[in-house]
Design a protein around this ligand. Structure first.
Ligand code: GAL
Length: 378
C-alpha cells in the first residue's frame, strides 16, 4: 500500500514537472529538447537573433519532420529572457505559386534579420535554393517587413556582385584570374589547383553572373553598415560583401576570405576593436572541427587561429555547426555562440546548442561545454 502511494505521488509530481516545464523553461540546456511556450520543440534551425525594444527575436528554418525541402518558410519566435520563447508564426512563407523562386519545395536556409534605422524596415537575407535543383542555384534571397514578426515580403534572389572584382584585386590580378580555365584543373586538391583557386579560378568564372552564395550570416557594424558573409566558389572561399544603406543590395565592395579553405557556417562578432569569425568545415550535416579567424578590419587581413572549442569532442565542435553569435543585451561581454546539432533523419528535431563564449586574458574566444546555464542580461 505504502509503495503504491509513493508511486502515485511520484507520478503526480512527475506530471506536474512536465506541465511546468512545458510552460516555463528554467535555463538553456544545450543539446536537449527546447520547448517553446506551447511545449513544442523550437523549429527555427540555422537561425539568427535580433534584439529590439526589450525583446529578442529568433528567426530560423522551419523544417519538416522528414525530408530536406522547405514546406513552410522561416519561423520567428520572441522572448524577453532568451530561455522562454513564444512562437510568433511564419515570418516569411513559401509561395504556392508555381515557378516562384520561393515556391514550396525550395530550400530556405540560415535566415538572418536586421533592422534598418534609416528606412525603418526589417530586412531578411537567407540562402535560397530553387525547387528541384538541389544546391545548384546557390543564391541569396532578400525579403522585407514593417514588423519584426512579419509578414516578410519576398523581394528577389540573386548571386552577389555580378561584374565586380574583390577589393584589392589589381589589374594584374584580374588579368591573371581571367585567364584561368576550369577545364585545365579537372583534379581538385592538387598544388596547381590550389594555386589556381587562390588566384581566382572560380571567382573569375562567376564574375559575370555573380558569386555563388550558400551558407551565410549578416553582420551590422557599429557605424550601421551591414555586411553579408557567405560561402562562395563551390563552398571553397568565403566572401564578405558590403550592403547598400537600405540593406537591400550590394555596394560592389567585397573581399575573399581564406580562398580554397572550405569554410561554411560563418558567424561573426566584434569585441574590443577586434573582429572574430567562427566557421565550420564542409561536411554537410555531419559535424567537424570549427575554425576561427581574427582581423582588425573587416576588409582583412584575416588571420586563421585554432578552433575555439575546448574539451571532450572539441574536434567535432561538440557535434554542432555554428549559425550566429549575439551579445546578451546589457552585458559587456555576454556573447553567445548559437549552433545546430543537425539530425538529417528529422531536421525538425535537430537540437539547438547555445553556449556562452569565454575569453582568455589575451582576448581569444573559447567555447566549453555546459549542461545548463542561465543568461544574465539587464
Ligand atoms: C551544411 C550547411 C547546412 C546545409 C547542409 C546541407 O554544410 O551548413 O546549412 O546546407 O550542409 O547538406
Amino acid at each position: 500500500m505504502k509503495r503504491k502511494t509513493t508511486l502515485i505521488l511520484g507520478m503526480l509530481l512527475g506530471l506536474m514537472a512536465v506541465t511546468a516545464e512545458a510552460q516555463c523553461v528554467q535555463g538553456i540546456r544545450p543539446g536537449q529538447e527546447w520547448p517553446d511556450r506551447k511545449g513544442e520543440h523550437i523549429n527555427a534551425h540555422g537561425g539568427g537573433l535580433m534584439f529590439e525594444d526589450g525583446k529578442y527575436y529568433w528567426y530560423g528554418e522551419n523544417r519538416p519532420e522528414r525530408g530536406f525541402t522547405t514546406e513552410v518558410g522561416v519561423e520567428v519566435y520572441s522572448s524577453t529572457d532568451l530561455v522562454n520563447w513564444t512562437d510568433e508564426g511564419v515570418a516569411l512563407a513559401v509561395s504556392e505559386e508555381a515557378g516562384s523562386p520561393i515556391e514550396r519545395g525550395c530550400i530556405m536556409e540560415r535566415p538572418k534579420v536586421i533592422h534598418n534605422p534609416r528606412t525603418g524596415k526589417y530586412i531578411m537575407l537567407f540562402h535560397l535554393e530553387l525547387k528541384g535543383k538541389g544546391y545548384a542555384a546557390a543564391r541569396v534571397g532578400f525579403a522585407e517587413s514593417d514588423s519584426p514578426v512579419g509578414p516578410f515580403r519576398f523581394i528577389r534572389s540573386l548571386r552577389p556582385n555580378a561584374g565586380k572584382w574583390p577589393v584589392g584585386f589589381s589589374r594584374r590580378d584580374i588579368r591573371r584570374a581571367a585567364k584561368l580555365k576550369e577545364a585545365d584543373y579537372k583534379e581538385w586538391w592538387t598544388p596547381a589547383w590550389r594555386k589556381a583557386v587562390t588566384e581566382g579560378l572560380l571567382l573569375a568564372r562567376d564574375v559575370p553572373g555573380g558569386q555563388m552564395s550558400r551558407d551565410m550570416t549578416v553582420y551590422v557594424d557599429e557605424d550601421g553598415k551591414a555586411y553579408h558573409i557567405f560561402s562562395a566558389e563551390e563552398n571553397l572561399t568565403l566572401n564578405l560583401a558590403e550592403l547598400t544603406d537600405d540593406y537591400l543590395d550590394y555596394t560592389g565592395r567585397f573581399v575573399r576570405i581564406a580562398p580554397g579553405g572550405q569554410n561554411e557556417a560563418p558567424t561573426l562578432f566584434k569585441r574590443n576593436g577586434v573582429y572574430w569569425m567562427i566557421t565550420s568545415g564542409c561536411t554537410g550535416w555531419a559535424p567537424n572541427e570549427a575554425r576561427m579567424f581574427r582581423a582588425k578590419s573587416l576588409w582583412g587581413p584575416w588571420e586563421q587561429l585554432p578552433s575555439p572549442f575546448e574539451g571532450k569532442d572539441a574536434e567535432k565542435s561538440f557535434h554542432t555547426q555554428g549559425t550566429y553569435i549575439f551579445k546578451i543585451n546589457g552585458t559587456e561581454d555576454g556573447f553567445v555562440f548559437m549552433a545546430d546539432r543537425w539530425n538529417p533523419a528529422s531536421l525538425k528535431n535537430s537540437r539547438h546548442v547555445w553556449l556562452p563564449i569565454l575569453f582568455r586574458e589575451d582576448g581569444t574566444p573559447v567555447i566549453r561545454w555546459v549542461d545548463e546555464w542561465h543568461p544574465q542580461g539587464e
